[in-house]
Design a protein around this ligand. Sequence first.
Ligand code: DLL
Length: 434
Amino acid sequence: MENNCFQPEIECADLKTLRKVQSDRLVSMVKRCYEKIPFYHQKFDEMGIKPEYIKSIDDLSKLPFTYKTDLRDTYPFGLFAVPKEELIRVHASSGTTGKQTVVGYTKYDIEIWSDSVARAIAAAGGTKEDLVHVAYGYGLFTGGLGIHYGAERLGATALPVSSGNTARQIQIFQDYESDILCCTPSYAAYLGETCRDMGIDTKELPLRAGIFGAEAWSEGMRENIEKLLNIKAYDIYGLSEIAGPGVAYECCEQNGMHVCEDYFYPEIIDSDTGEVLPDGQQGELVFTCIAKEALPLVRYRTKDICSLSHEKCSCGRTLVKMMKPQGRTDDMLVIRGVNVFPSQIEYVLTKLGMEPNYLIVVDRVNNHDTLEVQVEMTANTFSDSVKVINKLESKIASELKTTLNIAAKVVLVEPKTLARSEGKAKRVLDNRKL
Ligand code: DLL
């Protein structure tokens, strides 16, 4: 298979070389954290850790975890390791509760982040000749500017369209001949659907690949997007606290994302005990920013649930892969005592040939949790016969019961009645006052 590496010397490095790079970076990072960030100085002292105890990447598990609340408690700049004049960029992640999480970058931080994104675009087959259509939002969100700088770093042409104005996006596909689309998977599906509604034959568009992330999406959703837009759809993962998009990216195998582990070292842990889990086991993903200057977080708890794999990849990259995140510890719904992830519901719907336009409504009636899944009918499944609709609803409900181990009420709604998203989709409405 073609490998399309941007930095083969590190993307395909042997384990020994990689471990040496990681160890050197961790040792100097820990020293910096201790000297420059009072929060870590105090935490290390409390745990009796001296920077010199950390000699290699194998010592990582001696270090404490960092949580999102630590960033909030030190809002806005309390965990920064450099004075403000060394920052060249600040981003923030909105979050649904509490204060924003503010993140900062030095010139070097932007360089390594851009490298990571350039690797992702190259892995999706992007080259200097390509027009990279960026339809992630520009602003405090890291999506737009993150991909933009990565495209430029690769030497491709960045097209900063930003999100929204769907008709204009499609006009740009046609007129500028965008090669690679970057946006959230839910927006990509909406763009594809809009092309179909406008009678545009996507086979005639030059668009050939998409790099989609910022939210969890199923294999069924991938198939749906690939078909609608007639492209190859690649996953990209990241979070603002660690850098932004590009922390991990898919290659031609489209099966798991290579982690830029020379910059961002991943671990999978049991979220209850904190114990580090071996390859293949699902748990919470934790990152240590071994190369960053401004915000070098130690063992940051992402709350994303996935597993790691060191299996040989046919693309030639040796960087460890993280498998598709199944959800987050905090988007897990506990309904009548059963754990339910929105991604399981999306899996069932797409498996049954429904398009991934759905809304999960949870409520509590007379102390009893209820789960309703509203699903849009598609042109293929649309019917005004009550009998046909009931039959399809029962079929979906029965499949959901098998997968979730809990009964759900399925309500088919008319096409185009559920809200579409230009950024991260909102799939859950939890009306319980928990
Ligand atoms: O979403 C950064 C990003 C932008 C990633 C564009 C990819 C593309 P935040 O807003 O801080 O940053 O949200 C981070 O989004 O912890 C995951 O829960 C989720 N997430 C990001 N990428 C993926 C993905 C950006 N590929 C949070 N699959 C993360 C599943 C993802 N979840």
